[in-house]
Ligand binder design. Structure first.
Ligand code: HEM
Length: 316
C-alpha cells in the first residue's frame, strides 16, 4: 500500500487529532530525531554485556551464552503460544501456523544441543561448574512456563499422585505435586533443597498465576476446542506429535546425554542442583507427555525408550 505525501499527511493529521496530539509537533520531532541504528534497535550492547563468568575458563562463555540463547528462544515460544491462548475465534490455519513456529523453535534447541555435549572441554567444565552450585537449568522459569502453557496440568503432575488430583484440586496443591518437585527434594528426608527453595521464593506466585491463566487456554485445551474435523486433520496431529516428541523426548534425551558425559566423567560428581539426575532426567522414567491422547498406549509405554530421534508420522 503506497500513499502520496499529501495522503500520508492527512492520515497522520487524523491519527493525532483522534489522540488530541499536535501533528506539527510530531513532524518537528522527526526533524530532530536521531536515525535508527541496528545496534540501538537490536540492543546489541546490552546482549553482549550480559555475560558474567565466574572463572577464567574460556569455555564458561560457551555455557553462559548457549543458556542465554535458550532463554531467548523460550521467549519466542511463549510469545507464539500466548497468541494461540488469546485468539478469540481459533481456526485451524492459525493454530497450525503457530504450532509449526513453536515446533521449529524447539527443533532448533534440540538440534543445537551438541554445542553443550561436544563444545566444551570437560576439564574446564568441571572447574567452572563447582562455582555454580546450587544453581541449575532446573531454575529456568520460562521452561516451566512453556510446560504450563502447552498442556493440561494433570499431565505435569508426578505419576504417583495423578489419581489424587482433579479439576477441584487447588492450584497450590497441584503445584506441590508437579513432576519436577521430585528433583527438588532430598529423597531420604523429603526436605526441599536450596535449588527449589530459592526458585520458589522468586517465582512461585508467578507460577500459580500462570497456571490459572493457562488452565483453559493451554495448547491442548485450545486444540480440543477446534471442530472435530480440524482435530482429526492429519497434518495438525502430526505437528502436535512432533512438538511433543521434540520437547519431551528429543530435547530431554540430548540434555540427559550431555549431563551423562560431564557428570559421569568422575563418579563422585553430583549435579549442581543436587538431583538424582540419572533417574530424574531420563524420559523413560518421567514419561512426560503433553498430548497423551495423540499417542497409542504402546507409544506411551515405550516413551523415551524407542524412537529417540524421530517419532512415527501418522499416515491416516
Ligand atoms: C553441560 C550442560 C548441562 C548439564 C551438565 C546439565 C545438567 C542438568 C542436571 C543434572 C539437571 C537436573 C537438576 C540438577 O540437579 O541440577 C538439569 C536440569 C535442567 N536443565 Fe540442564 N544441563 C546442561 C545444560 C542445560 C541447558 C543448555 C539448558 C537450557 C536452558 C538446561 C536446562 C535445564 C532445565 C530446564 C532443567 C530442568 C529439567 C526437568 O526438570 O526435567 N540445561 N540440567
Amino acid at each position: 500500500m503506497t500513499h502520496s505525501t499529501e495522503e500520508l499527511l492527512n492520515l497522520l493529521k487524523d491519527k493525532y487529532l483522534q489522540s488530541g496530539d499536535d501533528l506539527n509537533t510530531h513532524l518537528e520531532g522527526l526533524l530532530h530525531a536521531k536515525p535508527v541504528t541496528y545496534w540501538d534497535y537490536i540492543q546489541v550492547n546490552s546482549i553482549l554485556s550480559a555475560q558474567t563468568p565466574r572463572t577464567n575458563e574460556p569455555d564458561e562463555m560457551v555455557f553462559i551464552v548457549y543458556h542465554q540463547i535458550n532463554e531467548l528462544i523460550f521467549k519466542m515460544i511463549l510469545w507464539e503460544i500466548d497468541q494461540v491462548a488469546v485468539k478469540e475465534k481459533l481456526e485451524i490455519d492459525f493454530f497450525a501456523e503457530k504450532l509449526s513456529r513453536i515446533s521449529r523453535y524447539f527443533d532448533l534447541l534440540s538440534n543445537s544441543f551438541e554445542i553443550m555435549t561436544k563444545g566444551m572441554d570437560v576439564q574446564q567444565y568441571m572447574k567452572f561448574r563447582t562455582t555454580l552450585t546450587p544453581a541449575s537449568g532446573f531454575q529456568s522459569a520460562q521452561y516451566r512456563l512453556i510446560e504450563f502453557a502447552s498442556t493440561e496440568l494433570i499431565n505435569l503432575i508426578d505419576n504417583r499422585f495423578r489419581k489424587t488430583i482433579d479439576h477441584n484440586t487447588p492450584f497450590e496443591h497441584a503445584y506441590d505435586h508437579l513432576y519436577w518437585q521430585a528433583a527438588g527434594k532430598d529423597h531420604t528426608t523429603g526436605k526441599k533443597s536450596t535449588l527449589i527453595r530459592l526458585f520458589e521464593e522468586k517465582y512461585m506466585d508467578d507460577f500459580i498465576t500462570f497456571m490459572k491463566y493457562y488452565h483453559k487456554t493451554n495448547l491442548w485445551s485450545r486444540y480440543k476446542e477446534l471442530p472435530e474435523a480440524a482435530q482429526q486433520n492429519l497434518k495438525l496431529k502430526n505437528t502436535m506429535r512432533h512438538y511433543d516428541h521434540t520437547v519431551n523426548i528429543k530435547w530431554v534425551m540430548y540434555h540427559y546425554q550431555t549431563a551423562a558425559k560431564y557428570l559421569k566423567s568422575s563418579p563422585e560428581v553430583k549435579a549442581t542442583g543436587g538431583s538424582d539426575w540419572q533417574k530424574y532426567m531420563h524420559p523413560k522414567y518421567q514419561k512426560r507427555i503433553f498430548f497423551p491422547e495423540l499417542w497409542t498406549t504402546e507409544e506411551q509405554e515405550s516413551w523415551g525408550v524407542d524412537n529417540l530421534n524421530n517419532h512415527p508420522v501418522l499416515a491416516n
